[in-house]
Design a protein around this ligand. Structure first.
Ligand code: F6R
Length: 242
């Protein structure tokens, strides 16, 4: 795990967005694993800038998002479909038909999850996976638990995650309590991983991920078993590292 500490979010944006864009320049039909949430906006800013500067085209790229809420219409502004459209896809030339999401409203959840994992394999696997980290150490929506789930699956969100994500909704009662998420196995199969964390509220989770036991009680700690992980932190998120 290569841990890099930056002075500010702009530096992280340039470094992370350029890393993803360079993957696409090197392999124009790259498969990107994408994330949502505040952290994801950091690389997206630079990816959009590089696209507008004509440094990179996403026309040949395929994407798979990490997760999606259950029981939330995809048209809802808080769905991860809407987030991706508003914050990345509508600003670049990625083809809508090449963007993939788990369907949190699928009737047959097991079938949906299996089909998603199969689609990632059929696309040749993920070349570079973008991750944020929850304040409870989750990656995607793999919450602390007693094992590392392999494939995509349904989860009940932790009270802490619901609390953290309530800032996007009108009230905490509106936050969906369940989501579909890629599993830890799917994430570890990505050839490269970049995880970004900013802010003091991530410091404890970052410390556990980098220096604590490798345990499903801190799902992000499993990334230490992957050969190509870059962690990009600001000083606040790195604040609890020994
Ligand atoms: C979102 C996702 C989550 C977030 C994490 C951090 O697709 O997979 O794991 O990355 O909850 O969220 P923010 O960036 O909003 O602090």
């Amino acid at each position: 795990m290569n841990v890099l500490i930056f002075e500010n979010e702009d530096e992280i944006s340039t470094a992370s967005g350029s890393l993803i864009a360079s993957q696409v320049i090197e392999k124009p039909n790259a498969v990107l694993g994408l994330a949502t949430g505040s952290t994801a906006l950091i690389p997206y800013k630079t990816m959009i800038r590089l696209y507008k500067e004509k440094a990179v085209s996403f026309a040949g790229v395929t994407s798979f998002n990490l997760d999606e809420y259950c029981n939330l219409d995809v048209q809802n502004e808080n769905s991860y479909h809407s987030f991706m459209h508003a914050n990345l896809f509508s600003h670049i030339d990625i083809r809508p038909e090449n963007t993939h999401f788990l369907n949190g409203n699928a009737e047959d959840i097991n079938k949906e999850c299996k089909a998603y994992d199969d689609a990632i394999l059929a696309a040749g696997g993920i070349d570079i996976q973008l991750l944020g980290i929850g304040s409870d150490g989750h990656i995607a929506f793999n919450e602390p638990c007693d094992h590392f789930p392999e494939g995509s699956h349904i989860v009940t969100l932790d009270a802490r995650t619901i609390h953290d994500n309530a800032r996007f909704f009108n009230s905490i009662e509106e936050v969906p309590t369940q989501a579909l998420t890629m599993g830890i196995g799917s994430i570890l199969r990505a050839r490269k991983i970049v995880l970004i964390a900013t802010g003091a509220n991530k410091a404890q989770a970052v410390q556990q991920m980098v220096e604590g036991d490798i345990t499903p009680m801190c799902p992000a700690s499993v990334l230490r078993l992957h050969p190509n992980v870059t962690v990009m932190l600001d000083r606040a998120a790195a604040g609890a590292l020994k």
